[in-house]
Design a protein around this ligand. Structure first.
Ligand code: SF4
Length: 353
């Protein structure tokens, strides 16, 4: 058995015997396993976690998650596409790229007031974070950037966390976004450094890392994750997670996406992701980055209720809320309310209100 710093890879948690006692409170079961935050994970260690027997992986992830997130709260985040389509980048999974022939066409950019109206509606429906996306290679200066700053200020005034995803940015743009009150900037790594050349050719992995550095430098929290189901190997998945888990500090938010294979994109023929692969990715991310928000993101429409609940058990503590994710589908609000009720977990907004 591979070892993790002298420990068995999947030790039977010391508190396992407690599960045999029906009278023992669940919170006490997990409390025997201390949360360890590390930044020196090797690829082999991460791959060993990804390949654990599922029941052992879930147990380890649960032990971490119950300590790091007592109460099992889930954050509901709504995502709105402010500027849709016509993007200069060639991300192989993305229907918004001008290089592909999907039926997502460029639309005029939304203005400040309609965006804030959507944010208000999302808040009233229970969202805690409002994320806004621009299909850009990099942030554009001038009126579009001033509008973005106004949206960030408006979203924060509504009492919501504000997140922006808009491609690369400069130091001064990052600082201005921070001054406007931006909570988080999303910039995904998408996949491993090794598999990256098969997915994107118009922007380097290094440029992505430099963008993330600028975000961190401005004091904005980082939202950074990836996508599975794009032809990558298990080693690639471990490698992506290794890049994230060796950051110091860890990204505060880690979206885990399953590819939505959209017609007209180069990845349109990719087979659907096995839901248990997604569960494994979520669980491993939870173990590696105990205090990060692990976001169950794109691909949820392909999961039944039980698979989604397994992802919550595995350590996902955020879902996107609302029936679209930029341009792809997502379960509707009523379905998500039922999902959380079935799982017996509480949304953050309900705790805060
Ligand atoms: S993922 Fe983002 S950067 Fe890549 S093509 Fe789509 S909109 Fe552009």
């Amino acid at each position: 058995m591979t070892s993790l710093r002298g420990q068995p890879v999947h030790p039977i948690p010391s508190a396992l015997a407690l599960t045999l006692s029906p009278t023992r409170p669940v919170t006490a079961i997990a409390s025997a396993d201390a949360v360890v935050v590390r930044h020196d994970w090797s690829n082999a260690e991460i791959q060993a976690l990804l390949e654990l027997p599922l029941v052992d992986l879930l147990w380890r992830a649960q032990a971490v998650h119950r300590q790091a997130n007592p109460g099992y709260r889930v954050q509901l985040a709504s995502l709105l596409s402010v500027k849709t389509g016509g993007c200069e980048e060639d991300c192989a999974y993305c229907p918004q790229s001008m290089h592909h022939s999907s039926d997502v066409s460029g639309r005029p950019e939304l203005e400040v007031e309609p965006v804030l109206a959507r944010a208000r509606a999302a808040r009233d429906a229970g969202a805690h974070r409002f994320c806004m996306g621009w299909a850009w290679r990099e942030i554009r200066e001038g009126a579009p950037f001033e509008a973005m700053l106004a949206m960030v200020r408006g979203v924060r005034e509504l009492g919501l966390e504000a997140c922006v995803t808009a491609g690369m940015l400069t130091d001064s743009q990052a600082e201005r976004l921070a001054e406007a009150g931006l909570t988080a900037y999303n910039h995904n790594l998408d996949t491993s450094p090794e598999h990256y050349e098969h997915i994107i050719s118009t922007r380097t992995y290094q440029e992505r890392l430099e963008t993330l550095q600028r975000v961190r430098g401005a004091g904005i929290t980082m939202c950074c994750g990836g996508i599975i189901g794009m032809g990558e190997s298990m080693t690639d998945r471990a490698s992506l997670l290794q890049v994230l888990a060796t950051m110091e500090p860890h990204p505060e938010s880690v979206p885990i996406n399953a590819l939505v294979a959209v017609e007209g994109t180069p990845l349109q023929e990719q087979p659907p992701v096995d839901p248990l692969e997604l569960v494994r990715m979520v669980a491993t991310a939870r173990i590696l980055m105990p205090h990060s928000r692990v976001r169950l993101s794109a691909g949820r429409e392909g999961l039944n209720r039980e698979a989604q609940i397994l992802c919550l058990l595995a350590g996902a503590d955020s879902i996107f809320y609302g029936d679209t994710l930029l341009t792809t589908g997502n379960p509707d609000v009523a379905a998500d309310r039922e999902l959380l009720a079935a799982a017996g977990v509480t949304a953050w907004r309900e705790v805060l209100d």
